[in-house]
Design a protein around this ligand. Structure first.
Ligand code: ATP
Length: 306
C-alpha cells in the first residue's frame, strides 16, 4: 500500500437533495499523472475539495499517503493544490506575489520562491505586473504557488481550461517535467479528455458524482484503436478461422458474436473471403475507431466500446 498516494473509500457528498459525490473509490499511485475527466458538474471539484480538506464528506473517507483519520492533516502538508487561480495582487510582480504567500504561509527560506518561479519558467518576468500576464502565465504562477512547499502530490482543477493551444502544450510539458524530474504525483481534472491525452498515465471518468471507471493510458489507447467490427454467425468459429487462415491474433471477441479485428483494416476482402469459405455468415462489417472524446461519451452513455 505504500505506493498508494491517494485513495478514497465510498466518498460521498450531498448538498441537500443533490448527491455531488456518490461512493467514489479513487486510486492514485505514486508517480502517476491521474486525469480526472468529467463534464461540468460531474463532481470533480467537489472530490478535490474533500481530498484537500476544503469540505467535509457526508460519508466515506480519504487516505493520503496511506494515512486516514485525524493523521491526514499532517499528510496534507505534502500536497500542493490549485483549485482555482489564487487571488494574486494585480500590481505586484510574480516574485512579489509568491513572496507574499511564502510569508503568509510561513514557508521557510526565500529560495523556494526562485525555485518555484524557475519550475514554471517565470524567472525572467522581472517587474511585469500580474495584471499584465497572459492567462497561461497566470496559470503557471498559480502552479508555482502550489509548488512552493515542494509537494509530493499536486492537485490541479481544470488548469488547462481557457489556455490557447500553445499554452496547453506548454502546460502539459511542464507537468511531465515535474512528474519525471521531481517525481511529483499529479491529480489533474478536465472536462475535455483530449486535453489530458498526452500527459495522463491513467484516467478516472466521472459522471453525476460517480467514478465510472479507472483505466491506464495504455488501456485507453488500446480501446480506442481503429478496428473492423464484424458481426458474424458464430464468433468462436470465426476467431479460429482468423487465426488459421489469415494468421492473425490481432482481434478481440465481444459478446453478441462480435469480433473487433485490428488487422486488415485497409484490405478487408481476404477476411470476408476466409469467413465465407468456412461457411460463417457475416451479418455486418464496418470500420470503427473511437476518438478519445467518443470513448468518454460512449462510457457515460453506456454504449459499446471501440
Ligand atoms: P465544474 O467543472 O463545472 O466545476 P465539477 O465536475 O467540478 O464541474 P462540481 O463543482 O464538483 O462539479 O459540482 C458537482 C455538483 O455539486 C454540481 O451539481 C454543483 O452544482 C453541486 N455543488 C457543488 N458545490 C456545491 C455547494 N457548495 N452547494 C450546493 N451545490 C454544490
Amino acid at each position: 500500500m505504500e505506493d498508494m498516494v491517494l485513495e478514497t473509500f465510498g466518498l460521498t457528498r450531498r448538498y441537500g437533495a443533490l448527491t455531488a459525490l456518490d461512493g467514489v473509490e479513487l486510486h492514485l499511485r505514486r508517480g502517476e499523472i491521474y486525469g480526472l475527466v468529467g463534464r461540468n458538474g460531474a463532481g470533480k471539484t467537489t472530490l478535490m475539495r474533500m481530498v484537500t480538506g476544503q469540505g467535509v464528506p457526508t460519508a466515506g473517507s480519504v487516505a493520503l499517503f496511506g494515512v486516514s483519520g485525524s493523521g491526514i492533516r499532517r499528510q496534507r502538508s505534502r500536497t500542493g493544490v490549485m483549485i482555482e487561480i489564487p487571488s494574486f495582487a494585480p500590481f505586484l510582480s510574480a516574485r512579489a506575489n509568491l513572496e507574499y504567500y511564502r510569508r503568509q504561509r510561513g514557508i521557510p527560506g526565500k529560495a523556494v520562491v526562485e525555485e518555484a518561479l524557475g519550475a514554471v519558467d517565470l524567472l525572467h518576468t522581472g517587474n511585469k505586473k500580474f495584471k499584465a500576464f497572459s492567462l497561461g502565465m497566470k496559470q503557471r504562477l498559480g502552479l508555482a504557488l502550489a509548488l512552493m512547499n515542494r509537494p509530493d502530490l499536486l492537485i490541479l482543477d481544470e488548469p488547462i481550461n481557457g489556455l490557447d493551444p500553445e499554452g496547453v502544450v506548454e502546460f502539459r510539458s511542464l507537468l511531465r517535467q515535474l512528474n519525471q524530474e521531481l517525481g511529483t504525483t499529479i491529480l489533474i481534472s478536465s472536462h475535455i479528455l483530449t486535453e489530458l491525452s498526452t500527459v495522463a498515465t491513467c484516467y478516472g471518468f466521472m459522471e453525476k458524482g460517480r467514478l465510472l471507471e479507472e483505466i491506464t493510458a495504455q488501456e485507453l489507447h488500446d480501446r480506442c484503436r481503429t478496428c473492423l467490427r464484424l458481426e458474424v454467425g458464430d464468433a468462436a468459429k470465426a476467431a479460429a478461422v482468423l487465426q488459421s487462415r489469415l494468421g492473425t491474433d490481432q482481434f478481440q471477441v465481444q459478446p453478441g458474436n462480435v469480433i473487433l479485428l485490428f488487422d486488415h483494416l485497409d484490405d478487408p476482402a481476404p477476411v470476408s473471403a476466409a469467413l465465407a469459405a468456412a461457411g460463417i455468415p457475416i451479418l455486418a462489417m464496418e470500420r470503427k475507431g473511437a476518438a478519445l472524446e467518443d470513448y468518454f461519451l460512449k462510457l457515460i452513455g453506456g454504449e459499446e466500446k471501440c
